[in-house]
Structures are given as structure tokens and as C-alpha cells.
Ligand binder design. Structure first.
Ligand SMILES: NC(=O)c1ccc[n+]([C@@H]2O[C@H](COP(=O)([O-])OP(=O)(O)OC[C@H]3O[C@@H](n4cnc5c(N)ncnc54)[C@H](O)[C@@H]3O)[C@@H](O)[C@H]2O)c1
Length: 319
């Protein structure tokens, strides 16, 4: 398809990659090489090494590359991010992100569920199971909304449904640069859960609380029991509204907001990438987190720095 489109005078300008993880790198490389922009489903690639190869290719190509970290497309997520950047909740003291699903609580990969089959297969999913599939969303959300960067973490990954090769549950303590602590918990074996992504950010002046199962609302908790609920579509909300307030928007609109930003970036507003739209840098960071967390958990490494200049994992004592 890419070869045929590249040969046409009116050929495709951009490619959307929506296949399982192991196909993200080869398709993205082929598209970039043919002069096309790329919008890819997360995670960027199946492994960190692949993500670094892709980063080099994106930078060399000068083309737009964006990742559909869907939750960054919600109006109230962008509003929370803008409030924190403006200092509205003071400085961030602590962050908790929870992502619970239950659809892999039974070995449905053995019962014909094709979406489960590739997700539990290291050859197609990559090195991370739950942590790569939804932990990467949680990690990206934590950094995207808070504006902080994870400096170090302790990871405890588990495989709770027997005979799986990859994790299906993960629990991570984090420290952000500057010292704020964070907790990331993600599971795909949390029986009965649907798609419960929650973000709670505690600042020195107020707490922000967002819950994916009510995505058009953002709670602002002030001291002395005073709470406010901000609603998408209201006049002072930063973040795109397609419908008047009170008309529910959801995942489709969040994806659409990301695709709209991508189109605007392709049409000349390249600064949207990284600023508002996750790009290859966010993709590499998430893959670094996934890969180092998998290894550090397996090794019982304890506190582990996320960034290592020499490329090696160095465990440090909590002190
Ligand atoms: N952004 C999000 O919130 C989000 C949500 C779900 C999935 N994803 C990501 O989207 C990607 C796909 O996940 P999914 O749940 O849609 O999977 P899926 O199994 O439902 O769909 C995968 C599709 O890829 C096709 N495919 C597989 N091998 C192919 C090949 N060699 N050539 C062409 N097509 C091929 C399959 O036929 C299928 O249509 C994954 O990378 C996943 O991590 C992102």
C-alpha cells in the first residue's frame, strides 16, 4: 500500500497504524521512508530498542509522528493539565494513577479471543503485558497531566493467570524529579472492572480528581471540604468540546481530538507535537518505563533510575 500510494501524484500523505505492537516499527519506518506522516496506536513499538530506532527515523525524516494516547484527548484531562501548569493547585505533592480492567481475569486467549491472543504473546505484544498495554497509558497520563517527569521507581509485576508469559498486573511506586511521590497500579485481571482509569493529583492548594468512567467531569477538592465539579463544554474549560455542555463525549471524541491535532500538525502547526500531542519522545519514555520496569521487577532490583546514560539498569537503595 505504501509503495503504491507513494507512486501516485495524489497519494496518501499520512498513515495510521492500528495493528498489534510488533508491526508498529516496520510500518512506521516504511511510511516515513516513503515521505508520509505517521499516527500510531500506542505503545510506540514492542521494545525500547525499536523505539530508539524509530526516534532516529522520525527525527531524520522531518515528518510528523504522533501517538494515540487516547486519554490525552479528553477535554477535562487537558483542562487538568492546564490548571496544574498555571499553578492553580499549588505545587504537586503526590499523584496516584489507577487503571483497572478485568477482561483478562480468565485465560480468554485460549477461548478464541483474538485481542487477548496477541496481547499475551511476547512475539506480538513486546516485553510488557499489562504494563505495556495499559500501564503505558497510566505512565503517560501521570507525566502528561502533572508536567512532572518520573525519576525513579520500584516495580512489582505479576502474572496472576497461570501459563501466561507476560505480566497481567503491575504495581509501581514512583518518585518524580523534585521528590514528589507517585503510585501507579494497573491490572487486566481485576475481576469485574471495565476500564477504570483514575488520576488523583494532590497539590499544596487543592486536589484534582479525574475518572474515565465520568470523563466530562473534573473534581477540584479544596481544603475544608469544599469541592467543585468542572464540566466539559462549559465556557471557561480549556480543551476541545464538540458538543454543548451536558451532551456526553467519550473515547471516540478523544481519539478524534488527537487525530484533529495530528491533521493540524501535518498542515503546519508542528509545535503541537510534544506540546499537546504525544509524539516519539513520549513514546520512547513510555517504552523505557515498560522495559525497565519489567527487568527491574524480574531482578528484584528495588529503586531503579528511569534514565541511564550508559544504557544499563542501575538499582539504587531507597536511601
Ligand atoms: N489508544 C488506545 O487507547 C488503544 C486502545 C486499544 C488498542 N490500542 C492499540 O492498538 C493496536 C491494536 O489493538 P487492537 O485492540 O485494536 O487489536 P485488534 O486485535 O482488535 O486489531 C488488530 C488489527 O490488526 C490487524 N492485523 C494483524 N496483523 C496484521 C498484519 N500483519 N497486517 C495487517 N493487519 C494486521 C488485525 O486483522 C486486526 O484488524 C495495539 O497496538 C494496541 O496497543 C490502543
Amino acid at each position: 500500500m505504501i509503495t503504491a500510494e507513494a507512486a501516485r501524484p495524489d497519494g496518501a500523505e499520512a498513515v495510521a497504524i492500528v495493528t498489534p505492537n510488533h508491526l508498529h516499527l516496520p510500518v512506521a519506518l516504511a511510511a516515513l521512508e516513503a515521505g508520509m506522516h505517521v499516527i500510531s496506536d500506542k505503545p510506540a513499538t514492542a521494545t525500547l530498542d525499536e523505539a530508539l530506532v524509530l526516534q532516529e527515523a522520525v527525527e531524520r525524516s522531518g515528518k510528523i509522528y504522533a501517538l494515540t494516547y487516547t486519554y490525552t484527548g479528553y477535554a477535562m484531562v487537558r483542562h487538568a493539565r492546564a490548571m496544574i501548569a498555571a499553578g492553580a493547585i499549588g505545587s504537586v505533592r503526590k499523584l496516584t494513577v489507577r487503571y483497572a480492567q478485568g477482561w483478562l481475569a480468565e485465560p480468554v486467549e485460549n477461548a478464541g479471543n483474538t485481542q487477548a491472543q496477541w496481547r499475551v504473546d511476547p512475539a506480538r505484544a513486546g516485553i510488557g503485558g499489562c504494563i505495556g498495554d495499559i500501564g503505558a497509558h497510566a505512565f503517560n497520563m501521570a507525566e502528561y497531566v502533572s508536567g512532572l517527569k518520573v525519576e525513579r521507581f520500584v516495580a512489582d509485576l505479576a502474572t496472576l493467570v497461570s501459563r501466561r508469559d507476560l505480566d497481567d498486573d503491575c504495581n509501581v511506586l514512583m518518585r518524580f524529579v523534585g521528590g514528589a511521590p507517585g503510585v501507579l497500579t494497573a491490572s487486566q485481571v481485576a475481576t469485574g472492572e471495565r476500564n477504570d482509569l483514575q488520576l488523583h493529583i494532590h497539590g499544596t492548594k487543592a486536589t484534582l480528581s479525574w475518572n474515565h468512567e465520568d470523563p466530562g467531569s473534573l473534581a477540584v477538592l479544596w481544603p475544608a471540604g469544599k469541592s467543585e465539579i468542572l464540566r466539559a463544554g462549559s465556557a471557561d474549560i480549556i480543551g476541545p468540546a464538540r458538543l454543548p455542555t451536558g451532551h456526553p463525549e467519550g473515547s471516540i471524541e478523544a481519539f478524534a481530538n488527537i487525530y484533529s491535532d495530528f491533521a493540524a500538525a501535518v498542515r503546519g502547526n508542528a509545535a503541537l507535537v510534544d506540546e499537546q500531542l504525544p509524539g516519539i519522545r513520549a513514546g520512547v519514555r513510555s517504552m523505557r518505563f515498560v522495559e525497565r520496569a519489567v527487568r527491574a521487577s524480574a531482578d528484584g532490583a528495588g529503586w531503579t533510575l528511569l534514565e541511564q546514560r550508559d544504557g544499563a539498569i542501575v538499582a539504587e537503595s531507597a536511601a
